[in-house]
Every structure is written in C-alpha cells, then in structure tokens.
Design a binder for this molecule. Structure first.
Ligand code: FCB
Length: 457
C-alpha cells in the first residue's frame, strides 16, 4: 500500500437516491401529484405496472435510513426534493408539511455528521405545471427559479451543496423524445425546446442562488464516452454525433454559451434558433459539476437510430449489467480527463455510479453480490486514478443507497448497496455495502495498488 492509494481526508463518501424512487407516500400531508405519479399509474407505462406509491417508504422511515447511512460510514448523502411535496401546484401555495419533511431529513443528516447534497429536480415535475405545458412552456424557468429560491431560503443555512437538475439529457431523451419516461411524449420537435427550457431554468436558478446562497451550486449530467467501432469515416462521424448529443448538448451551453453545431445536424429543421439573451442566461458560472457515470458505448453508423444515426455495438468479452450496460471503468477516467480538457478545471463530484445485477436469494441473512462489489471496486479505483492524473474529484456517490423504483423498470432492477424487501420494508446490507464501508474506513487503501482500472478485483 502506498499513500497514493489513499483518498484525500476531506473526500465525500456518499450514496445517492431521488425522491420519487424511494419516498413513497406521494400524496401524503398535502403533497400534490407529479408527472411520475400519473405516468406510473397509466397502464402499460412501467414494468408490471409498478408505481412509487410505497417504494422504500422512506418518507416515513427516513430516520432508520439515516441510521443505515451512518452504519455504512457515509459522510455525504445526495437526495432530491419533490417539488410537488413542497409546492403542490408547482408554484404559489406552500405546503409547510412537505417542506418540513426535508427540514427534518437535513437536520437528521447533520446530527449524524452527514453532509446533505441536494438536487432540486430529479424528474418529478408537479403535474399542475405539466398541465400548463411543463418543460415546453418558457415560463418554467421562472417557476423553477422561484421554487429553488424558496428552498435556498428554507434550507440554505444548513445545506451547502446544491444542484439544479439531474440529468436533463435523460429527462428530455426519455420524457420528450422516446416517451419511455414521464411525461411520455415522443416528439422530435419538442425535444430541443424542452432542452432549451431545462437549460434556462438551470441558469435562472443559479442566478437566484448567487443573490443569496452561501454555499455552492452546480449541475448534474450523465456522461458516456463514445468510441467509434472502426476507423471508417461514417463510424467516426456517428461517434462524434452521439458524443455531441449526449455529452456536449448541456455542457457546451453552460460553459461556452453555445449549443454544439452538430445539434442542427442531428435535429435538422426541428432545431430552432435560440436568442442570445437566453444563451447568456444559461452561461452562469457554476461552482462544480456532478457527473453520473455508468457505462460507455462503442458506436457505429446506424440509420435506424433516431436522431443520431448512431447505434451501440455489444462488446464480446465484456460484462454487461442487467440494464444492458457494459462495465467499463476506464471510460470514467477517459470522461473525467475529457471534461478537464474541454471545459477547464472545475471541482467534480461523481454524483452517481453503480450497477443493477440480479441479486441471489438471501442466505443466512446475507446478500452476496460479488458483481456489484467488483463494479464498485474498479470504479473507485478509476476515481483515484483520475485524481492521480490531476482531476479534482471531491466526492463519490454510489447509486444507490437502497434498491428502489427504477423508473419504467419499476422494482425489476436493483441498484442498491442495501437490499430492500418491498413487502416487509426490511433492509439488509449487501456484500457491496460491507465492502464500501471498508473502503471508506480505510479511505481507499483497501482498493489495492494502482494500475489498470480494468483489472478485476
Ligand atoms: C440515472 C438516474 C437515476 C437512476 C440511475 C440508474 O440515469 O439519474 O435516477 O435511475 O440512472
């Protein structure tokens, strides 16, 4: 063991969740419904008709869950706030009881020495706002900034780390283009408009934070490196398009104030001109960037894939998770280095990283999940390697603390470090939770010598 394998003393060891995926009680104590409530209750939208009505029952069991976080050794926890719990109609009338839940959660975390890392929007738009056009209505930037300001004021004395949006790319690609997520629209024309309004909402909420915030604010994006399958120009072009679409579509506007030129190539006539004033609003300095990393994609030209004409090629010899995502830790290093290269040095957090595997049955009260342990091990090693190469990664949040409602996959995919029995709500530490606890205790020393992040544990 060398000092090289040890993470900085102030590193955040965290886990992440989101409101709709774990809380349950979506309409309790005066909360309003969200688009995910309606979507999951619409027949045929989710696996087995699963809904977030109960989920992990975290709304009622949060104290127990904080105790589990402490047992795990976490010093940070990333969670999201349900907009319609706090503002049942999305704007206007405050639901004090809903806000109070988050105050109790934050206080409970702080009492146990766990840093709250708040996401303002993790996909559960208040239904009342969707009925006004949702992310397609330009006013949403103001609705969002007003909601954000309310939370800055209510929790800003205790919460130092804020993020505006979680993965706007997924929110648009699945919510407005494929229709696989709420609100379930499938429209090439709507997607660029929704994207633009997400970005404007982000910009306005950052601006609102500057007026009164005392901590730091950033954005969370999902990044997935794209490697061309061959040297053929058409595959190279496809990889470049897929890369612009997924990795640069949100970051170029935020850092440079301009959309990638390829967006026009991808969306054709559906890509509108955006006003300069909007682009200036979007380009607000942020304090850090949150990166959600799960996999890579090896890309080939494929005319059947809309809108990028870029398909993914399965890699023989690689391991794939239950989501069909290739396990590829080197991609995390490549992504972080690319980020620094393109956008400059900015503090980074790995705000999500994890894997769904089919967990074996519980034996003697234990859940043996060696594949998830291996995934965690290799990705944590990749984080350390990126740090050694000069990347300023300040924290890591495993996705997820608990098995939970995996959107359209319902309860069919398990990402948790902690197993949840959804009938009894019993929680059990999986081997991956035990492993993570050891890593945290040793500040990474048990991850082994540096080397290729790709050599299995
Ligand atoms: C991310 C989401 C998160 C979870 C993981 C598996 O895209 O942010 O809520 O669904 O994927």
């Amino acid at each position: 063991m060398t000092d090289d394998s040890i993470f900085p003393a102030d590193f955040f060891w965290g886990a992440a969740t989101s409101a709709y995926q774990i809380e349950g009680s979506p309409l309790a104590d005066g909360a309003g419904p969200s688009i995910w409530h309606r979507f999951s209750h619409t027949p045929g939208r989710t696996h087995s008709g699963d809904t977030g009505d109960t989920a992990c029952d975290h709304y009622r069991r949060y104290e127990m869950d904080i105790a589990l976080m402490q047992r795990l050794g976490l010093n940070a926890y990333r969670f999201s706030i349900s907009w319609s719990r706090v503002l049942p109609e999305g704007r206007g009338r405050l639901n004090a009881q809903g806000l109070n839940f988050y105050e109790r959660l934050v206080d409970g975390l702080l009492r146990r020495g766990i840093e709250p890392f708040v996401t303002l929007y993790h996909w559960d738009l208040p239904l009342a706002l969707d009925e006004l056009g949702g992310w397609l209505n330009r006013d949403i930037a103001h609705w969002f900034a007003d909601y954000a300001q309310l939370l800055y004021r209510a929790l800003g004395d205790r919460v130092r780390l804020w993020t505006t949006l979680n993965e706007p790319w997924v929110a648009v690609a699945e919510g407005y283009l494929s229709g696989l997520h709420a609100p379930g629209h499938a429209s090439l024309a709507e997607a660029p408009r929704a994207t633009h309004n997400f970005l404007r909402a982000h910009g306005l909420a950052v601006q609102a934070y500057r007026a009164e915030g005392r901590g730091q604010i950033g954005l969370v994006v999902n990044l997935e490196p794209k490697y061309p399958v061959s040297a053929k120009p058409e595959d190279q072009e496809a990889a470049a398009r897929a890369h612009a679409y997924m990795n640069r579509q949100y970051l170029d506007p935020v850092f440079f104030g301009a959309h990638p030129r390829r967006m026009r190539e991808i969306f054709g006539a559906h890509w509108p001109e955006f006003a300069d004033a909007d682009m200036r609003l979007i380009r607000q300095p942020i304090d850090f960037l949150g990166v959600n990393y799960y996999t890579r994609s090896v890309v080939r030209h494929d005319p059947a894939i809309v809108p990028t004409y870029a398909g993914s090629v399965r890699q023989s010899g690689s391991r794939y998770t239950e989501m069909g995502w290739e396990v590829y830790p080197q991609g995390l290093i490549d992504t972080l280095l690319w980020l620094c290269n393109r956008y400059g040095t900015i503090p980074l957090y790995i705000t999500e990283n994890g894997a769904a595997f089919a967990d074996p049955p519980i034996t003697d009260g234990r859940v043996h999940d060696p594949l998830r342990v291996d995934y965690l091990h290799r990705h944590l090693r990749a984080v350390r390697e990126a740090q050694r190469q000069g990347v300023d990664v300040r924290g890591y949040f495993a996705w997820s603390l608990l098995d939970n409602f995996e959107w359209s996959y319902g309860y069919g995919k398990r990402f948790g470090l902690i197993h949840v029995d959804f009938t009894t709500q019993r929680r059990i530490f999986k081997d991956s939770a035990r492993f993570y606890r050891e890593v945290i205790q040793a500040r990474g020393a048990v991850l082994g010598q540096q080397g290729s992040a790709d050599s299995p544990a």
